[in-house]
Design a protein around this ligand. Structure first.
Ligand SMILES: Nc1ncnc2c1ncn2[C@@H]1O[C@H](COP(=O)(O)OP(=O)(O)OP(=O)(O)O)[C@@H](O)[C@H]1O
Ligand SMILES: [Mg+2]
Length: 248
């Protein structure tokens, strides 16, 4: 018998809200949104950011956290950067590729979820890998009370892949905060599809060429047009959380 799922449940009992930033599609801005969301929420809340992209972790590059390391205290305590507790597989791979197969990925995810000492948090943001592979299915299965913030770009190609993730989440009755459109255009070609599914369209974030120069500098990211647009969408995300927790 594997004791880790029950250890994970105990650890997560001290976390009020878990938000997985996910998409069926790669490269749509999940990591950028997850990291910026964590930085924005950390201005007023206790926040953690967990990079669960075992094959291509990138949140450490966005935060400028490459030189940090967790410390040991009845588990691994994530290092803090800009008021965000941050955990990433990159702390264990030192930037090398991790050529893992299916069950090894699940083992690594379970191990990281079980070993990390988040302590008390208001929000834990999960930076998810693209698609509906092992990591996504593991999070759906093992992370208690996980809500999903789904990211897409304004393209039917992206929405085609995102639809498959939404199908799975809706079939399994997982809570979906809503859909966020990144690198948006006007008018949105996907807004109607989202509302037809009875899901919330949370809003849009602009394509922002100034983001690249801000990478690795959390305070700069927050002042970019992208960072400021995301901040304006926070009430919609927090409102969902308040409603969900009062229904518990
Ligand atoms: N709104 C935006 N404006 C400009 N550049 C952006 C925007 N959003 C994301 N990017 C850039 O696009 C690239 C992909 O973003 P990101 O890595 O966050 O996507 P992802 O969905 O996490 O990708 P993956 O599926 O590989 O995990 C990065 O270089 C990021 O800086
Ligand atoms: Mg990513």
């Amino acid at each position: 018998m594997d004791p880790r799922p029950s250890i994970i449940a105990t650890r997560f009992a001290r976390i009020k809200t878990v938000i997985a930033v996910a998409s069926g599609k790669g490269g749509v801005g999940k990591s950028m949104i997850a990291a910026t969301l964590a930085l924005s929420l950390a201005k007023n809340h206790r926040v953690g950011l967990f990079d669960l992209d075992v094959y291509g972790p990138s949140a450490h590059l966005i935060l400028g956290a490459s030189d940090l390391q967790p410390t040991e205290d009845k588990g691994l305590v994530p290092p803090r950067i800009s008021n965000v507790s941050f955990m990433s597989p990159v702390f264990f791979t030192q930037g090398r590729a991790s050529p893992l197969r299916g069950s090894d990925v699940t083992n690594m995810i379970l191990e990281l979820l079980a070993i990390t000492q988040w302590r008390k948090l208001d929000y834990l943001i999960l930076d998810m890998p693209p698609g509906i592979g092992d990591e996504t299915l593991d999070v759906i299965r093992f992370v208690p009370n996980c809500t999903f913030l789904v990211v897409t770009t304004p393209s039917k190609v992206a929405m085609g892949a995102v639809d498959k993730l939404l199908d799975i989440l809706q079939e399994l009755h997982r809570p979906i905060i809503g859909i966020l459109e990144n690198m948006a255009t006007e008018p949105s070609p996907i807004k109607d599809d989202i509302t037809k599914r009875s899901l919330r369209y949370l809003g849009s974030l602009p394509y922002d060429p100034s983001l690249e120069a801000a990478l690795g500098h959390p305070e700069k990211i927050l002042t970019t047009p992208f960072g400021q647009s995301l901040r304006r969408l926070l009430p919609a995300i927090e409102r969902y959380e308040t409603a969900a927790s009062s229904n518990k």
